[in-house]
Design a protein around this ligand. Structure first.
Ligand code: ZN
Length: 248
Protein backbone atom coordinates (compact mmCIF):
# COMPACT_ATOMS: atom_id res chain seq x y z
CA UNK A 1 0.00 0.00 0.00
CA UNK A 2 1.04 3.57 -0.56
CA UNK A 3 0.78 6.36 2.01
CA UNK A 4 0.85 10.00 0.92
CA UNK A 5 1.11 12.85 3.41
CA UNK A 6 -1.31 15.61 2.42
CA UNK A 7 -1.10 17.69 5.62
CA UNK A 8 0.88 17.28 8.81
CA UNK A 9 0.74 20.39 11.02
CA UNK A 10 -1.00 20.26 14.38
CA UNK A 11 -3.81 22.69 15.06
CA UNK A 12 -3.61 25.06 12.10
CA UNK A 13 -2.08 25.29 8.60
CA UNK A 14 0.97 27.37 7.81
CA UNK A 15 3.71 27.86 5.19
CA UNK A 16 1.59 26.50 2.33
CA UNK A 17 0.93 23.22 4.13
CA UNK A 18 -2.15 21.96 5.87
CA UNK A 19 -3.18 19.94 8.89
CA UNK A 20 -3.68 16.19 9.38
CA UNK A 21 -4.68 14.33 6.25
CA UNK A 22 -3.27 11.16 4.71
CA UNK A 23 -4.08 9.26 1.55
CA UNK A 24 -3.75 5.47 1.80
CA UNK A 25 -3.96 3.60 -1.48
CA UNK A 26 -3.76 0.19 -3.05
CA UNK A 27 -4.03 -0.33 -6.81
CA UNK A 28 -7.78 -0.04 -6.78
CA UNK A 29 -8.76 1.65 -3.52
CA UNK A 30 -8.22 5.21 -2.30
CA UNK A 31 -8.87 5.88 1.38
CA UNK A 32 -8.55 9.35 2.89
CA UNK A 33 -7.61 9.36 6.58
CA UNK A 34 -8.69 12.62 8.22
CA UNK A 35 -9.51 15.68 6.15
CA UNK A 36 -7.57 18.56 7.65
CA UNK A 37 -7.29 22.13 6.47
CA UNK A 38 -5.92 22.48 2.89
CA UNK A 39 -6.17 18.73 2.32
CA UNK A 40 -8.56 18.89 -0.63
CA UNK A 41 -6.13 21.03 -2.65
CA UNK A 42 -3.27 18.72 -1.68
CA UNK A 43 -5.34 15.65 -2.58
CA UNK A 44 -5.96 16.89 -6.13
CA UNK A 45 -2.25 16.55 -6.90
CA UNK A 46 -2.45 12.82 -6.26
CA UNK A 47 -5.97 11.64 -7.06
CA UNK A 48 -9.19 13.18 -8.32
CA UNK A 49 -11.41 13.67 -5.23
CA UNK A 50 -14.20 12.01 -7.21
CA UNK A 51 -12.16 8.81 -7.27
CA UNK A 52 -11.89 8.52 -3.49
CA UNK A 53 -13.50 5.28 -2.34
CA UNK A 54 -13.77 6.07 1.35
CA UNK A 55 -12.92 8.47 4.15
CA UNK A 56 -12.17 7.69 7.78
CA UNK A 57 -11.99 10.21 10.62
CA UNK A 58 -10.17 9.81 13.92
CA UNK A 59 -12.11 12.59 15.67
CA UNK A 60 -13.92 15.82 14.98
CA UNK A 61 -11.41 18.52 15.93
CA UNK A 62 -11.26 21.18 13.19
CA UNK A 63 -7.68 20.41 12.21
CA UNK A 64 -8.83 16.90 11.23
CA UNK A 65 -12.12 17.71 9.48
CA UNK A 66 -11.74 21.29 8.18
CA UNK A 67 -12.05 20.31 4.49
CA UNK A 68 -14.75 17.70 4.90
CA UNK A 69 -17.57 20.06 3.88
CA UNK A 70 -15.82 21.16 0.69
CA UNK A 71 -15.00 17.55 -0.15
CA UNK A 72 -18.73 16.81 0.10
CA UNK A 73 -19.50 19.85 -2.09
CA UNK A 74 -16.93 18.66 -4.65
CA UNK A 75 -18.68 15.31 -4.86
CA UNK A 76 -22.04 17.07 -5.11
CA UNK A 77 -21.11 19.62 -7.79
CA UNK A 78 -18.31 18.19 -9.89
CA UNK A 79 -19.13 15.55 -12.49
CA UNK A 80 -17.16 12.50 -13.54
CA UNK A 81 -14.99 12.92 -16.64
CA UNK A 82 -16.62 12.51 -20.05
CA UNK A 83 -20.16 12.25 -18.75
CA UNK A 84 -22.65 13.91 -16.51
CA UNK A 85 -22.64 11.37 -13.74
CA UNK A 86 -22.05 12.19 -10.11
CA UNK A 87 -19.45 10.28 -8.17
CA UNK A 88 -20.94 7.35 -6.23
CA UNK A 89 -22.01 7.80 -2.61
CA UNK A 90 -18.92 8.25 -0.48
CA UNK A 91 -18.75 6.22 2.73
CA UNK A 92 -17.36 8.36 5.58
CA UNK A 93 -16.41 6.36 8.66
CA UNK A 94 -16.43 8.09 12.02
CA UNK A 95 -17.27 7.40 15.64
CA UNK A 96 -20.70 8.07 17.01
CA UNK A 97 -19.53 9.45 20.35
CA UNK A 98 -20.35 12.93 19.08
CA UNK A 99 -23.68 12.59 17.35
CA UNK A 100 -23.87 16.19 16.17
CA UNK A 101 -20.67 15.80 14.13
CA UNK A 102 -21.45 12.23 13.11
CA UNK A 103 -24.70 13.37 11.51
CA UNK A 104 -22.75 15.79 9.27
CA UNK A 105 -21.01 12.86 7.59
CA UNK A 106 -24.22 12.05 5.78
CA UNK A 107 -25.26 14.31 2.91
CA UNK A 108 -28.10 13.49 0.56
CA UNK A 109 -26.88 11.71 -2.62
CA UNK A 110 -23.26 12.58 -1.70
CA UNK A 111 -22.02 10.76 1.37
CA UNK A 112 -23.10 8.33 4.06
CA UNK A 113 -21.80 8.33 7.64
CA UNK A 114 -20.88 4.87 8.90
CA UNK A 115 -20.05 4.32 12.57
CA UNK A 116 -17.02 2.32 13.63
CA UNK A 117 -16.61 0.80 17.07
CA UNK A 118 -13.59 0.14 19.26
CA UNK A 119 -14.67 -3.45 19.97
CA UNK A 120 -15.06 -4.46 16.32
CA UNK A 121 -12.76 -4.72 13.36
CA UNK A 122 -13.96 -2.68 10.42
CA UNK A 123 -13.31 -3.81 6.86
CA UNK A 124 -12.94 -1.02 4.32
CA UNK A 125 -12.00 -2.11 0.80
CA UNK A 126 -8.63 -3.91 1.04
CA UNK A 127 -8.06 -2.86 4.66
CA UNK A 128 -8.85 -4.36 8.06
CA UNK A 129 -8.94 -1.65 10.73
CA UNK A 130 -8.80 -1.97 14.52
CA UNK A 131 -9.36 0.98 16.81
CA UNK A 132 -8.04 2.17 20.16
CA UNK A 133 -9.48 5.07 22.10
CA UNK A 134 -6.81 7.70 22.67
CA UNK A 135 -6.09 10.21 25.44
CA UNK A 136 -7.51 13.46 24.08
CA UNK A 137 -10.00 16.16 25.22
CA UNK A 138 -12.59 14.79 22.78
CA UNK A 139 -13.31 11.18 21.80
CA UNK A 140 -10.64 10.10 19.34
CA UNK A 141 -9.44 6.77 17.95
CA UNK A 142 -6.06 5.45 16.83
CA UNK A 143 -6.13 2.99 13.94
CA UNK A 144 -4.25 -0.20 13.21
CA UNK A 145 -4.68 -0.66 9.48
CA UNK A 146 -3.70 -3.98 7.92
CA UNK A 147 -3.66 -4.49 4.18
CA UNK A 148 -5.36 -7.89 4.07
CA UNK A 149 -3.56 -9.06 0.91
CA UNK A 150 0.00 -8.37 2.10
CA UNK A 151 -0.33 -8.27 5.90
CA UNK A 152 1.47 -4.90 5.95
CA UNK A 153 0.53 -2.73 8.92
CA UNK A 154 0.17 1.02 9.33
CA UNK A 155 -0.50 2.48 12.77
CA UNK A 156 -2.01 5.95 12.95
CA UNK A 157 -2.02 7.25 16.51
CA UNK A 158 -4.35 10.14 15.61
CA UNK A 159 -4.19 12.68 18.47
CA UNK A 160 -3.21 11.41 21.88
CA UNK A 161 -1.25 11.83 25.02
CA UNK A 162 1.03 8.89 25.82
CA UNK A 163 -0.69 5.60 26.65
CA UNK A 164 1.19 2.34 27.41
CA UNK A 165 -1.50 0.57 25.35
CA UNK A 166 0.08 2.03 22.22
CA UNK A 167 2.88 -0.54 22.57
CA UNK A 168 0.77 -3.70 22.08
CA UNK A 169 -1.46 -1.82 19.63
CA UNK A 170 1.57 -0.92 17.46
CA UNK A 171 3.34 -4.30 17.76
CA UNK A 172 5.44 -5.17 14.69
CA UNK A 173 3.96 -2.41 12.55
CA UNK A 174 5.65 -1.53 9.30
CA UNK A 175 4.95 2.17 9.75
CA UNK A 176 3.96 4.18 12.82
CA UNK A 177 2.42 7.52 11.89
CA UNK A 178 2.54 9.28 15.23
CA UNK A 179 1.29 12.47 16.82
CA UNK A 180 4.54 14.17 17.87
CA UNK A 181 3.32 17.62 18.69
CA UNK A 182 5.59 18.15 21.67
CA UNK A 183 9.29 18.43 22.38
CA UNK A 184 10.76 16.47 25.27
CA UNK A 185 10.06 17.85 28.71
CA UNK A 186 6.27 17.81 28.27
CA UNK A 187 5.79 14.09 28.97
CA UNK A 188 2.45 12.75 30.22
CA UNK A 189 0.60 15.57 28.52
CA UNK A 190 -3.14 14.94 28.26
CA UNK A 191 -3.50 15.95 24.60
CA UNK A 192 -0.35 15.05 22.62
CA UNK A 193 2.87 13.03 22.78
CA UNK A 194 6.49 14.08 23.00
CA UNK A 195 9.25 12.88 20.67
CA UNK A 196 10.71 10.55 23.30
CA UNK A 197 7.30 9.01 24.04
CA UNK A 198 6.85 8.22 20.35
CA UNK A 199 10.39 6.82 20.23
CA UNK A 200 9.61 4.62 23.23
CA UNK A 201 6.51 3.17 21.56
CA UNK A 202 8.48 2.50 18.36
CA UNK A 203 11.24 0.75 20.27
CA UNK A 204 9.05 -1.39 22.53
CA UNK A 205 6.68 -2.34 19.69
CA UNK A 206 9.50 -3.17 17.24
CA UNK A 207 8.12 -0.79 14.66
CA UNK A 208 10.10 -0.71 11.41
CA UNK A 209 9.63 2.93 10.47
CA UNK A 210 8.26 6.03 12.18
CA UNK A 211 6.80 9.15 10.62
CA UNK A 212 6.52 12.05 13.06
CA UNK A 213 3.42 14.11 12.30
CA UNK A 214 0.93 16.61 13.79
CA UNK A 215 4.09 18.71 14.02
CA UNK A 216 4.49 21.93 16.01
CA UNK A 217 4.80 25.21 14.07
CA UNK A 218 7.26 26.59 16.61
CA UNK A 219 10.67 25.07 17.30
CA UNK A 220 13.38 23.15 15.47
CA UNK A 221 11.89 20.06 13.84
CA UNK A 222 15.34 18.51 13.40
CA UNK A 223 15.66 18.65 17.19
CA UNK A 224 12.26 16.98 17.54
CA UNK A 225 13.44 14.19 15.25
CA UNK A 226 16.75 13.87 17.13
CA UNK A 227 14.85 13.51 20.41
CA UNK A 228 12.84 10.61 18.99
CA UNK A 229 15.93 8.96 17.47
CA UNK A 230 17.74 9.29 20.79
CA UNK A 231 15.13 6.95 22.29
CA UNK A 232 15.53 4.30 19.59
CA UNK A 233 18.69 4.89 17.51
CA UNK A 234 18.26 1.85 15.26
CA UNK A 235 14.73 2.71 14.10
CA UNK A 236 14.22 4.70 10.91
CA UNK A 237 12.51 7.94 11.91
CA UNK A 238 11.48 10.73 9.53
CA UNK A 239 9.49 13.95 9.68
CA UNK A 240 6.19 14.16 7.82
CA UNK A 241 6.21 16.56 4.90
CA UNK A 242 3.67 17.52 2.28
CA UNK A 243 3.49 15.16 -0.72
CA UNK A 244 5.83 12.65 0.90
CA UNK A 245 5.01 9.18 -0.44
CA UNK A 246 5.86 6.05 1.53
CA UNK A 247 5.52 2.56 0.08
CA UNK A 248 4.46 0.18 2.82
ZN1 ZN B 1 -7.37 16.75 18.23
Amino acid sequence: MKLTILGFWGGYPTKNSGTSSYLLETEDYHLLIDVGSASLIALENHVDPLLLDGVILSHYHYDHIADLGVLQFTRQLKRMKNNLERAPMLPIYGHQGDNENFKRLTMDIVSEGIAYHEQEKTYIGPFEIQFMKTLHPVECYAMRITETKTGKILIYTADSGYLPDFIPFSKDADVLLADTNLFNGMENHRVHMTASEVGKIAKEADVKKVILTHLPQVGDLELLKAQAINETPTTEIILAEKDLIIEI
